[in-house]
Design a protein around this ligand. Structure first.
Ligand SMILES: *Cc1c(COP(=O)(O)O)cnc(C)c1O
Length: 221
């Protein structure tokens, strides 16, 4: 089942797109099945849950933190986290920088941009993100690399809305690249697309899809 789902999803992905298998709410044994099927990138959204699983599972797993991250919890995951997808404030970026340096690491980060119609406390607006980058404080942060952007489309069956939001994030990524990251080869990721909309996301230029329920089945909250 898990193996088949992985095979199916991979067959739809261009070489350049990475698959983050979102394993939140699923136990370590379930993750191991996907690991044995060759999957190495896993996404989690709760620090405590990630901590417990990370301790049990192989070292060569690339853990991505995809949920909202509280500043006071960064220190727990800083020693091993590969990428943090949902950075939505300068304060959080600054704390990741501090804890990465303390751990002797450089942590890859994505800026979360709010593109959906739903209200959300999280994510930068296009304008607030640009303002933050213009200020330039992030240029002094040697413990992080800003590798791109992340976004979630509106939860709707209307494909035109989803497509439009993903297309907007893709364009915005290009603008930021030109304005702030023209010289940085690592600013190249657009994390967008989940179980119900990853095909649209890939068509609109996603470089990383975050797929959970399609691989692991429904989550029991
Ligand atoms: C849970 C989650 C996903 C995966 O959602 P599915 O619909 O199960 O694929 C992707 N991204 C984020 C930020 C999530 O919290």
């Amino acid at each position: 089942m898990i193996e088949q789902q992985l095979t199916e999803i991979r067959s739809e992905m261009p070489e350049s797109v990475k698959l983050v298998a979102v394993s939140k709410f699923h136990p370590a044994e379930t993750i191991r099945i996907a690991y044995n099927a060759g999957q190495r990138i896993f996404g989690e959204s709760k620090v405590q849950e990630l901590e417990a699983k990370q301790a049990l599972l192989p070292e060569d797993i690339e853990w991505h933190f995809i949920g909202h991250l509280q500043t006071n919890k960064v220190k727990y995951i800083a020693p091993y986290i590969s990428m943090i997808h949902a950075v939505d404030s300068l304060k959080l970026l600054s704390e990741i920088n501090k804890q990465a340096q303390r751990a002797g690491r450089v942590i890859d980060c994505l800026l979360e941009i709010h593109i959906a119609r739903e209200e959300s406390k999280y994510g930068f607006s296009f304008n607030s993100c640009r303002e933050m980058l213009k200020q330039g404080l992030w240029k002094n942060f040697e413990g992080i690399r800003i590798c791109g952007v992340m976004g979630m489309a509106t939860n709707t069956d209307n494909e035109a809305i989803i497509r439009n939001e993903f297309a907007g994030l893709y364009r915005y990524f290009g603008q930021l690249k030109n304005e702030f990251f023209a010289d940085t080869d690592y600013f190249k990721e657009i994390s967008m697309g989940m179980s119900h909309d990853y095909r649209i996301a890939i068509a609109e230029g996603s470089t990383m899809i975050r797929v959970g329920s399609k691989i692991f089945g429904e989550r029991n909250y």
